[in-house]
Design a protein around this ligand. Structure first.
Ligand SMILES: [Zn+2]
Length: 573
C-alpha cells in the first residue's frame, strides 16, 4: 500500500463531509436571510438566538442523512482494500499448500481471524465518523451564535460611526454581514479539535482517519491469513536506501506470536527470529507505515518461497501523490469560493455575490491551468462541487464575472483583446507571442507606462509593424537583427504624447521617454552617427554573460543585444 492508494481510498469518504459542511453552512445562512427586516439589531439578535433550538433540530436531520452515506462509503472502502490485499497473497498460500508445506487452506469467508481484524477496523472508522458528526453539530451551533453576535456588534459599530447620515438597522446589518459571512466561510465548520486545541476541517480530519485505517487494512488482513494457515514467522524484504526505522528491521524474520529464537533457511543455516512487537511496525514512519516500500511475506523454515508481492514504482508514485495534493488544495480554493457565492446568494446580497463570482473564475482557472500542465492529472469535477451551488447560481456567477471582465478590459483599453473571460484565461496561461504581447500591454498600462487611451489594437499593430520592418535587416557594422523585445513597442510609442502637462516632477521624470518611429529606429541601426563601445552584463534570467551596444542615429538611440540579436529598446532624440 502506498500514499496515493490510501489517499484515493480516503477521498471517497471525506467528500461526503465537504457536502455536509456546506449544507450546515447553507442552513445557517438561511436563518440569517431575514436581516432586511425593519427592526433594530438588538431585537434581531434576540430573535436569532431564540432560533437555536430549531437550527439544531434541522442540523441533526442533515447530519443523520449524510451519516448513512459516509458509513456505507467507509465500509465499502475497507472491504475493497482488504480484498485487494488478500488477492495479492492467496496464490502464495495455494502454492505452499500444493507442496504440502502448510495444512489445508481456510477459506477467507470462513476466517475468524480476518473477521476479527475487519470488525475492529470497521469500528475504528465508524467511531471516527461519529465523533466528527457530534463535533460538527456542536460547532455549527457555536458558529451560528458567533456569527449572529459579531454581525450585530459590527452593525451597531457602523451605526455609531454614521451619526450624520441615517443608516437603518437593516442596512447596517447588511453591511456587517459582508464581512462576517466571509470570515464564517473562511473558517467553515470544525470537524475535530485536537489535544493542542487546533481546529481541523471535517475534510482534513476524516481524510486523516480514513487514510490511517486504510493503511493498516492490508497488513492486518495479511497477518490474519498467516495465522489462519498456521504460519507464524514472517520475513521482511530488504532494499537500499531504507528509512532509519525500516533499516533496522529489514531482512529480518519476525514471529507474529511475539516469540524469539532460531529457525533455519533453505541451506540449513541457523537464523534468528525476533518478536513482531519489537519491530517498528505500527509507527507512522516505521515498518510498513506511511509510504514504506517494504513487504512482509510468510517464512517457512527450510524453504525458499517465491514472493508474490508487486514492487511499486515508489518515486513515480510519490511524484503523482504530490501533484494530486496540489490539485486538491486548488479544488479546496474553488469549493470555498463557491460556498461564498452560495452564502451571499442565500442572504440576497447581490454586490457581494458579484465580487465572490469574479474571484471564483480566477480560482477555477488556476485549477484548470495546473491540471492542464500535468499530464497524469485529470479534473475531478465531483471534488469541485458544492452542495447548494446549483445551476442557477452557477449561471449567475458566470454572468457576473463576465460583465466584470468586460468592464475591466474597457478600462485598460483592451476591448480588442479576448472577447470572453474564458478567452482571457486561455490567453493568460499559454506562452504564445500573442499572450506575451497581451500581458506586456496590461502590465505597461497597470504600471502607468502606457495610457489606456493608446488601446491594445494600436499596441499590437505597432509591434507587428516594427517586427516586420526590423527583423532581417543588418546594422551598419554587419550585425543581423533576429528579433525585437515586446518592451520595444511602448518605447516606440513613447510617453510624451499622452502625459498630462500638470503631472508631478517625479512622474514626468519617470515617463520622460520620447517616442521613436520605426523608420527612425531603422535609420539609427543602418546609418548611425556613432556606435558605442560594446558592454557586457549578466542576463538575470539565464545567468549567461551577454553583450550589448548602443547605436546613436539622427533621431533615435537604439540598444541592441548582440548575443541574442534582439533590439532591446529605443529612445527618441
Ligand atoms: Zn520501509
Amino acid at each position: 500500500m502506498n500514499l496515493l492508494t490510501n489517499q484515493q481510498a480516503a477521498e471517497t469518504i471525506d467528500g461526503v463531509y465537504n457536502d455536509l459542511e456546506a449544507r450546515l453552512m447553507q442552513n445557517i445562512a438561511k436563518h440569517l436571510s431575514d436581516w432586511k427586516q425593519t427592526i433594530d439589531s438588538d431585537r434581531w439578535l434576540i430573535q436569532k438566538l431564540a432560533e437555536i433550538g430549531k437550527l439544531n433540530e434541522e442540523n441533526i436531520k442533515i447530519i443523520a442523512e449524510m451519516s448513512g452515506l459516509s458509513q456505507t462509503a467507509a465500509e465499502r472502502m475497507l472491504n475493497e482494500m482488504a480484498e485487494a490485499a488478500l488477492n495479492n497473497m492467496e496464490p502464495g498460500f495455494a502454492q505452499l499448500a500444493r507442496r504440502g508445506l502448510i495444512g489445508e487452506i481456510v477459506e477467507v469467508s470462513k476466517s475468524k481471524n480476518v473477521k476479527q481484524v475487519m470488525g475492529h477496523l470497521q469500528k475504528q472508522a465508524k467511531d471516527a465518523l461519529n465523533l466528527t458528526n457530534t463535533t460538527m453539530l456542536h460547532k455549527a451551533q457555536e458558529a451560528f451564535k458567533n456569527l449572529v453576535q459579531t454581525t450585530v456588534s459590527e452593525a451597531i459599530e457602523i451605526m455609531n460611526h454614521n451619526t450624520s447620515s441615517a443608516v437603518t438597522g437593516a442596512e447596517a446589518r447588511g453591511q456587517a454581514l459582508r464581512k462576517t459571512i466571509k470570515a464564517f466561510n473562511d473558517k467553515g465548520i470544525t470537524g475535530f479539535v485536537d489535544k493542542r486545541g487546533r481546529n481541523w476541517t471535517p475534510e482534513a480530519y476524516v481524510n486523516m482517519c480514513m487514510r490511517t485505517t486504510a493503511g493498516s487494512v492490508a497488513n492486518e488482513v495479511q497477518t490474519a491469513r498467516c495465522k489462519d494457515m498456521g504460519v507464524n514467522l514472517i520475513q521482511i524484504d530488504a532494499h537500499a536506501g531504507a528509512r532509519p526505522k525500516c533499516a533496522k528491521d529489514q531482512g529480518k524474520i519476525f514471529d507474529l506470536n511475539d516469540g524469539s529464537g532460531y529457525t533455519e533457511d533453505a541451506r540449513g543455516r541457523k537464523i534468528q527470529y525476533y518478536p513482531w512487537k519489537s519491530s517498528s511496525y505500527g509507527e507512522p514512519d516505521g515498518l510498513l507505515g506511511i509510504n514504506c516500500g517494504h513487504h512482509k511475506y510468510p517464512f517457512i523454515p527450510g524453504v525458499n518461497i517465491q514472493r508474490y508481492f508487486p514492487t511499486d514504482d515508489l518515486d513515480a508514485n510519490n511524484r503523482l501523490y504530490r501533484q494530486t495534493q496540489v490539485q486538491r488544495a486548488l479544488e479546496r480554493d474553488v469549493r470555498k469560493q463557491k460556498r461564498e457565492c452560495m452564502l451571499f446568494d442565500e442572504l440576497g446580497d447581490n454586490d457581494a455575490f458579484k465580487e465572490a463570482s469574479v474571484k471564483l473564475k480566477t480560482k477555477e482557472s488556476n485549477l484548470k491551468d495546473y491540471v492542464d500542465k500535468h499530464k497524469h492529472l485529470h479534473r475531478r469535477k465531483d471534488r469541485e462541487q458544492v452542495v447548494g451551488f446549483d445551476k442557477r447560481i452557477s449561471t449567475e456567477a458566470v454572468g457576473k464575472a463576465q460583465k466584470h471582465y468586460k468592464e475591466w478590459a474597457k478600462s485598460i483599453g483592451a476591448e480588442s483583446g479576448p472577447k470572453t473571460l474564458a478567452g482571457y484565461y486561455d490567453l493568460k496561461y499559454n506562452n504564445s507571442k500573442e499572450s506575451r504581447l497581451y500581458k506586456g500591454y496590461v502590465k505597461s498600462v497597470n504600471d502607468g507606462r502606457i495610457s489606456p487611451l493608446i488601446k491594445y489594437d494600436r499596441y499590437v499593430e505597432t509591434y507587428n509593424q516594427a517586427r516586420e520592418e526590423l527583423v532581417g535587416i543588418k546594422t551598419k557594422d554587419g550585425r543581423k537583427i533576429e528579433d525585437i523585445t515586446i518592451h520595444l513597442t511602448e518605447r516606440i510609442i513613447g510617453t510624451h504624447e499622452w502625459m498630462a502637462p500638470n503631472s508631478s516632477k517625479a512622474l514626468k521624470k519617470r515617463l520622460d521617454h520620447k517616442g521613436a518611429s520605426v523608420e527612425n529606429v531603422k535609420d539609427a541601426l543602418q546609418n548611425p552617427e556613432e556606435i558605442a563601445e560594446v558592454k557586457k552584463r549578466k542576463n538575470p534570467h539565464t545567468g549567461m554573460e551577454e553583450e550589448s551596444v548602443l547605436y546613436y542615429g539622427k533621431n533615435a538611440i537604439v540598444s541592441f543585444n548582440i548575443t541574442t540579436g534582439t533590439i532591446i529598446q529605443t529612445e527618441g532624440r
